[in-house]
Design a protein around this ligand. Structure first.
Ligand code: PEP
Ligand code: MN
Length: 337
């Protein structure tokens, strides 16, 4: 449920109410909007039967949240969630691009790619060190060695690092190096993993599962939020359909739908969404046009030699050109890039 507080509610009144809710075994989440402060309450609401909340001073009204996802819904928070990375923000007016190789392969190619991504004006460097590969015989990533290379590139080019976590056993090592923890499509419904990252104080990039609905994506985000971490970035990365011309079918309608249903930032990954480098350009532009807060794009200094996803990776020059053109699309809809 949502408790809407009176405009002049005091800090003491909020504390008293929060304490009473906790004593009933419920979890209160405070959300301060521009006009109103509200408390989202999670837990078994039947426990409130003998404690009508309206009697608390400072409470204006109590409303149920009818959707199955609560903390991540727009009902809970009207304003967009903006995640701040020391100045560069995801979810704000500026469309942010996360770019880099599918996997970290070696220092030279990572540095070349990172340099190009930074030179194009982007701040977020991606790269997998633990890779979810369909085949157990395919390159699985460099593990901690890859994370160390990402940390070196981050220092050299002053960027933030996004990398995937597949297993709770790697949380500690990944947290040492990553600024954003990616939960990949294949783990979107790994609920234990979601709860674990919910307990962290680090932003999470949650990718839509290969065959999951928008509602299921939001329920997975709710798992993370319910543990206290509301810094979640949702990512549309294409879903399985009967179409085979592209690796997946990029569901761009998910962007405006999600923007309506949730306050969380929404980004689009046209690289995995199509699996084809020549489709990244038009779909990246379309994604910005439909209101994505960011893009995730695979870039490789030498895609022909890439150990993973070379077919969908852009060369640095093409990437730089695309970013330039994306700026025009962003401007046309009143955003920066
Ligand atoms: C990736 O971003 O490298 C990746 C494996 O993506 P997805 O989980 O969307 O397949
Ligand atoms: Mn990839």
């Amino acid at each position: 449920m949502i408790i809407v507080l009176k405009p002049k509610v005091t800090k003491k009144e909020i504390e008293k109410l929060s304490k009473a809710l906790k004593e009933k075994g419920l979890s209160p989440f405070l959300s301060r909007g521009k006009e109103r402060t509200i408390i989202g309450v999670i837990g078994d609401e039947r426990k409130l039967q003998e404690m009508p909340l309206e009697i608390f001073p400072g409470v204006e009204k109590v409303m149920p949240i009818l959707k199955p996802y609560k903390l991540v819904s727009r009902d809970f928070q009207k304003e967009n969630t903006v995640i701040d990375f020391g100045g560069r923000k995801i979810g704000g007016k500026r469309v942010e691009i996360i770019a880099g190789p599918c996997s970290v392969e070696d220092r030279e190619s990572l540095f070349k790619t990172a340099e190009a991504v930074k030179a194009a004006g982007c701040f977020f460097l991606r790269g997998g060190a633990f890779k979810p590969r369909t085949s157990p015989y395919a390159f699985q990533g460099l593990g901690e060695e890859g994370l160390k290379l990402l940390a070196d590139a981050k220092k050299e080019f002053k960027m933030a690092v996004v990398t995937e976590l597949m297993d709770p056993r790697d949380i500690e090592v990944i947290c040492r190096y990553a600024d954003v923890i990616q939960i990949g499509a294949r783990n979107m419904q790994n609920f234990r993993l979601l709860k674990e990252v919910g307990m962290l104080r680090k932003p999470v990039l949650l990718k839509r599962g290969l065959a999951n609905t928008i509602k299921e994506l939001l329920m997975s985000a709710e798992y993370i939020a319910s543990e206290g971490n509301l810094e979640i970035i949702l990512c549309e990365r294409g879903i399985r359909t009967y179409e085979t011309e592209t690796r997946n079918t990029l569901d761009l309608s998910a962007v405006p739908v999600l923007k309506k249903l949730t306050h969380l930032p929404v980004i689009v990954d046209p690289s995995h969404g199509t699996g084809r480098w020549d489709m990244v350009d038009p779909l990246a532009k379309a994604a910005v046009a439909v209101g994505a807060d960011g893009l995730l794009i695979e870039v490789h200094s030498n895609p022909e030699k890439a150990l993973c996803d070379g077919d969908q990776s852009l060369k640095p020059k093409k990437f730089a050109q695309l970013v330039k053109e994306l700026r025009k699309v962003a401007k046309a809809i009143g955003r920066d890039l």
